[in-house]
Design a protein around this ligand. Structure first.
Ligand SMILES: N[C@@H]1[C@@H](O)[C@H](O)[C@@H](COP(=O)(O)O)O[C@@H]1O
Length: 264
């Protein structure tokens, strides 16, 4: 696992946006040949990244023409037009500003009549796209990745999940009241994320410090589902200084040393 520590959340955004741009540009995706397949999260953590990706696109430095995206999750019961749905979030913060083809955007439907069939079709669509090249993710304060709440199987696939009370309360900041937050979501599984060729996790802010500590320094546990990344062959966590508050000084020094020797 690579751990990159940046001073601020803005710098984390800059680092990851540059990283993604480089990946897409070097891949040279073409319509005939192959698309670059990105997994994407919602939440406040990816916002600085999306802002920069949009800016790069506006400056003509990045095209999404041959990029396919799969979002991590969606609330059950919210239609794509609902202002608190993840469909709406993605459209408002990224998709409406870039040149991605409508048919290349994939987001689970929170209003599917048959949730199980919706999840199975999502897994099949990922397979058809050739798998995910880079899955970008955020993390919950309880260490969840996508909506894989504590206790989720680390081998899980896309499915319906009941949200914990903690997640409902934390996510209520995007709604008008706690009672408006849906209690269920459709989410890719930990196994779905682990199948990606590469996983990049954004961890910013002091409120994520315990989750980062559990993910990096403690053992793999279904109670902190992001810790499964310890078993991934190509995972990178990019965090800010605030998020390192619970890490050992020795751990922080080590990963900083590794990064500075990488730059030599
Ligand atoms: N399902 C999402 C996760 O994918 C996200 O990582 C997490 C953290 O969100 P934020 O970045 O706003 O802290 O929130 C939600 O629960």
């Amino acid at each position: 696992m690579r751990l990159v520590i940046q001073e601020t959340s803005e710098k984390v955004g800059e680092f990851i946006a540059n990283y993604i741009r480089e990946k897409i540009v070097n891949f040279k995706p073409t319509e005939e040949k192959k698309h670059y397949v990105l997994g994407l999260p919602t939440g406040s953590s990816p916002l600085p990244i999306y802002k920069r990706l949009v800016a790069m696109h506006k400056e003509g430095k990045l095209s999404f023409k041959n990029v396919i995206t799969f979002n991590m999750d969606e609330y059950v019961g919210l239609s794509p037009e609902h202002p608190f749905s993840y469909h709406y979030f993605m459209h408002e913060n990224l998709f409406k500003y870039i040149d991605i083809e409508r048919q290349n955007i994939h987001i689970l439907s929170g209003v599917a009549a048959d949730a199980e069939a919706e999840c199975e079709a999502y897994e099949a669509a990922i397979k058809r796209a050739g798998g995910i090249d880079l899955f970008l993710g955020g993390i919950g304060v309880d260490g969840h990745i996508a909506f894989n709440e504590p206790g989720s199987s680390l081998a899980s696939r896309t499915r319906l999940k009941t949200l914990t009370r903690d997640t409902i309360i934390v996510n209520s900041r995007f709604f008008e009241s706690v009672s408006q937050v849906p209690t269920k979501a459709l989410t890719v599984g930990v196994g779905t994320i682990m199948d990606a060729k590469e996983v990049v996790l954004i961890v910013t802010g002091h409120n994520k410090a315990m989750a980062l500590y559990k993910t990096v320094e403690e053992g793999i546990s279904h109670m902190w589902t992001a810790s499964a990344l310890q078993m991934h062959r190509h995972s990178m966590i990019v965090c800010d200084e605030d998020a390192t508050d619970e890490l050992k000084v020795k751990t922080v020094k080590y990963f900083k040393d590794v990064e500075s020797s990488n730059r030599l």
